[in-house]
Design a protein. Sequence first.
Lengths: 502, 325
Amino acid sequence: MFDQLLNGFATALLPLNLLIALCGCLVGTLIGVLPGLGPTATLAMLIPLVFSMPPATALILLTSVYYGSMYGGSTTSILVNIPGESASVITTIDGHKMAMQGRAGPALAVAAIGSFIAGTFAVLMLTFVGAPIARYALLFGPAEFFALMVFGLCTVASLTGTNVTKSIIATCLGLMIATIGIDLVSGAARFTFGNPFLQDGVDFVVVAIGMFALTEVVITAREVHAGTRAQIVKADKVWISWSEFLYSLPAIVRGTVFGFVIGMLPGAGATLSTFIAYNLEKRLCKNPELLGTGDIRGVANPESANNAASGASLVPLLTLGLPGGGATAVMLGALMMLDITPGPLMFEKHGAIVWTLIASMYVGNTLLLLLNWPLVNVFARVMRIPPKFLMPTVLVISTIGVWSLSYSAVDLVLTGAAGVLGYYMRVHKYPVEPLILGLILGGRLEQAYRQALIISAGSNMIFVEKPISLGLLIGAALFLFLPMLLKRSKQFVAAQESAEAA
Amino acid sequence: MTRYVLILAGVALAGPMMAEPAAAWEPKGQGECIAPANPGGGWDITCRTISSVLQKTGGFKGSIYVTNMPGGSGAVAIANVATKRKGDTNLIVSASNALTFTVALGRTPYTFKEVMPLAQVGAELGGFFVTADSKYKTLADVTAAMKADPKSVTFSGGSAPGGQDHMKVALFAKAIGVEPTKVVYVPFQGGGEALTSMLGGHTQVAALDISEATGQLEAGKIRGLAVLSDKRSTKFPDIPTATEQGAPVNYVIWRGYYMAPGVPKEAYDWWLETIKKTVATPEFAAEREKLGWEPTTRFGDDFVKYVNDEAAQYKILLKELGFLK
């Protein structure tokens, strides 16, 4: 196996392939930076290109772009409070606060370092223990997926820590938006008003651009106009300090592990892993009250989780031929075009190409870390651009991102509507992140629930009878109610103490 | 991003062409193939294959670019082509049974009568698959189990009920005399997920296209119980047909193209002849083999009749299943 991996490196490090990987990383990063263009859309655009390339080179291009766009996604989250893709929504919470405090550089740097550690960990796992651990993905049927997503949704209750009710309302709004489109189980068109563009549902990008970008632009304009805009603290350093790195290392490690475990389940995806990892981090770390106030761990953790997850989603694809979420499905399409049938025999039949692909993942991760070193410096300077120039630019780029989804005016109208709703939510202090999670998970949650019920002939007992599902549901209940109970008991104890004191 | 350029090009080209004399009709400028889906999917591949072979063999002088127009399982593209691309002589649109479902279910106000079906260039076979260690060794085992209790077998498929994979199961149930509405069919998003669920033991039989099962079949992880066609698959001749096992089901997925309405006859005939010739080339045969398609073809009037009949048949079946009133 080491021979094969070394051969893979020999191919991946050929000057042409290295150049392709570098270009891919750069293009991927830049596209990941643009709000609206995520890894899936980027890969889809590249498919026509790879048609004319040798298979190994084509796959190197695809993976490096994929990795690059995962790295780039955090940049706009940190700088302008607009997530570049759904897996970077959580990063806005601490990332943007850091940027406003003049710490955009360390935030960007820790995102890059965390991504590198997580990405490399995922490839190491793929190299050495791929197939055996990938089999665990098969344990997850509809019932288990439903429980996992319920677990994910319950973590949002503790996301803001301030108002659970508002979090739950926002989550439900997201779930409601997710019902738009053709229902997979009955085939009925719901809330489409006869418009074919709505049959495929409302894309995450449409809502996120409206809620984050439009809202941010309007709020910034209002603040600047009223003269209440908080001054951005001048950056004193661009790269991360050693003590900051050591401080965020446990968060990176935990993010990596949770991201990998969740990302490997086909269809669970990087976004879910960031929400779960961030909220578990809140339970496990020291001084959890600092998270959400511009804590560097709040960037390190989700950014590690999403890269570990996207690396992990390739494990079942490459070892067992099982496609995972959106981006891996596109990869699968590309493999088939290159006449490589994904399946358990891929390592035997196309060993040279697969090992080159794996080697190129190591190379890609390393290249991205090196690439981000100078890029952090460049991006951190964005914070110095006055809002009157920055915000209109953001608006234009975001609108193009929405338009590029399906060239449909319907999407632009929906973005506007999401902007109005987002503004209302911001002003009245409703968290937006739970809405996004509800929107992303809603379709799959409902689908998994109904699939499970078809299998069990309508009996809800299926969720309790399956051990994994039962465990996750208990975990979800604990997540939701434990904080309330703890608070109650603390109040109770405090009340008793004060009663005794009196 | 590129689309408005393409539309302008199409509009600019369409006008003067109609005046050309019939015998010497040749397309001028660039050709276009609309894939009503995202890159990488079946319709996209159908477009890219024909455009690359047409250019390689010189069947089309000049380049043919592929435009992706996803949305509503073909509904967005057919609406666009039927209304905005009338008479466009340089445009073909890829299609398959999936579009017939969109039409039959009434998810678009347009049907095959509002556009011009051109040709079928290949076919894909569907089938039933189980894990290698499944208790169902042959289709007869499944038949026996379902006759005893229709709800004892759990099927998974990659389409919504009333879609392609569900149809395989429903037609099979009908063929063995089991009420199709009683069958347990679990829908997934795409054949890959349906396959994963079957491999994990959450469902028992997966209704897939052969191309979706190829990797696992070759590795011996799954077993093909039956292909749903009159003839066995050329790639996996060991899998018996359902008909051989007493369940006469002939359900084949065609891959082909339609043109915009109002295209002059000479242009339509030119495309027909060109595609006919191209499909017979070794270059196309190589692509077909790569994709695992069967060499079944239909052209012109034959094809028009075929798709319209198919839409009518699907409507009847969908009514029986309760998806249409």
